[in-house]
Ligand binder design. Structure first.
Ligand code: PLP
Length: 429
């Protein structure tokens, strides 16, 4: 990273990143589509293996295209380092396995993406890690009371998928601070152009880069950003402090200081799990991220127009959008998302689940897809799709009702998005 780029605003960093072309070099970040890298001497590679020299050894651990993308996202989030992963799920998994092991527990909000709930309830227990879920509207004291000496972290989303509740950062970061545990925030549905959780008390930020960061629905990916401020020497995280025998005795905090968490995640976990982001996806995602600032402004203004229009329709039973003055989350939205509340809107129509599905089937411009947060408006019925694997209690806890429709408002002309919704609503009556 160069200090020069560091002084620019985030809108500029998104466009130009840290990539600096050489004399006559490509202006656009090049795609280094290579598994491996050549060196002159055995000592050169030994220095890299010993983490004494910077450079790339093998693309399962790092790659120049991926590295440039990682540096950009780290800068945009205000972190010290980032590790890009194969998917958002891989980012979440890695962020947890990096500091929790068999016998440990984690605390998580229950208002999270259904796939994450599934990871926490079906697969983390196979690693011996249990999740205690909390209602993010509970008091700080109630949440704190769930923790014990086995608890290693607190997890939540900036804006929950699909219930569209804005996290009370003041309260949740207080919980983490009182417990002296790192706060991991999934900011996939907001992205670094709208909110920077590290400035609001988070210690680690994870993204499904498949969402707003790519923005074009062209590449699945994830990223873990290390805020570099958590004190790993508080006695709860010996793996970061004591020598790592799987890496010839490296001591992450002593040897890498503020970048300890990200370094361990890369050289130990990603090395062994093999879930790094591939260079082509990093190339595509980086390209997409160049317009992040512009897109998120337009997503937010379009979503506000759509939410305002929806809230005036007879056939609509409720609308959830933090930018709406009538929304229960409005104040919190203004506090934490002053630049815009993203393109995610949830609402219900009269007639429950059947009407919700009929509404979706009759849309034309807005496509039914298992995705969100890209430039094209899209829609899904979470109860029968993304959150279907959850029990009725888990669905209710995560705010998924049978009638809920999740709309991801794109950057098309707002009149066309509203026009499509209007024609489908009209057919319901
Ligand atoms: N986190 C959130 C909030 C999501 O909405 C998703 C996917 O929809 C994920 C994580 C998982 O990301 P990915 O699909 O890139 O694995």
């Amino acid at each position: 990273m160069t200090d020069e780029v560091n002084t620019y605003g985030k809108g500029t960093i998104a466009v130009q990143g840290t990539y600096q072309p050489e004399q006559g070099g490509t202006r656009v970040l090049p795609l280094y589509q290579s598994t491996t890298y050549a060196y002159e001497t055995a000592d050169d590679t030994a220095a890299l293996f010993n983490l004494q020299a910077a450079g790339h050894l093998y693309s399962r651990i790092s790659n120049p295209t991926v590295a440039s993308f990682e540096e950009k996202i780290a800068l945009l989030e205000g972190g010290v380092a980032a590790v890009a992963t194969a998917s958002g799920m891989a980012a979440i998994l890695n962020s947890i396995l990096n500091i929790a092991q068999a016998g440990d527990t984690i605390l998580s909000s229950n208002q999270i993406y259904g796939g994450t709930t599934n990871l926490f309830t079906a697969n983390l227990p196979k690693f011996g890690i249990k999740t205690k879920f909390f209602d993010q509207n509970a008091s700080a004291e109630e949440i704190i009371a769930l923790a014990d000496e086995t608890t290693k972290l607190v997890f939540a989303e900036t804006v929950s998928n699909p219930s569209i509740e804005v996290l009370d950062f003041e309260k949740i970061s207080k919980v983490a601070k009182v417990l002296d545990l790192p706060l991991i925030i999934d900011s996939s549905l907001t992205g670094p152009a709208l909110i920077n959780p590290l400035e609001l008390g988070a210690d680690i930020v994870v993204h499904s880069t498949s969402k707003y960061i790519d923005g074009h629905a062209s590449a699945v990916g994830g990223i873990v950003v290390d805020g570099g401020k958590f004190n790993w020497e508080n006695g709860k995280f010996p793996e970061l402090v004591e020598p790592d025998e799987s890496y010839h005795g490296v001591r992450y905090v002593a040897d890498f200081g503020k970048g300890a968490y990200a370094t361990k995640l890369r050289v130990q976990l990603v090395r062994d799990l093999g879930n790094i982001q591939n260079p082509f996806n990093a190339y595509l995602t980086n390209l997409g991220s160049e317009t992040l600032d512009l897109r998120c402004q337009k997503h937010s203004s379009n979503a506000l127009s759509v939410a305002e229009w929806l809230s005036q329709q007879e056939a609509v039973t409720f609308v959830k959008y933090p930018g709406l003055k009538t929304d229960s989350q409005y104040e919190r939205g203004q506090k934490y998302l002053p630049k815009g509340a993203s393109g995610m809107v949830s609402f219900g129509v009269k007639g429950g689940a059947d009407a919700a599905k009929a509404f979706i089937d009759q849309l034309d411009l807005i496509k039914l897809v298992t995705h969100c947060a890209d430039i094209r408006s899209s829609v899904i019925h979470p109860a029968s799709t993304t959150h279907r694997q959850l029990s009725a209690e888990q669905q209710a806890a995560s705010g998924v009702t049978e009638e809920l429709i999740r709309l991801s408002v794109g950057i098309e002309e707002p009149a066309d998005i509203i026009g499509d919704i209007a024609q489908s609503l009209a057919k319901l009556s």
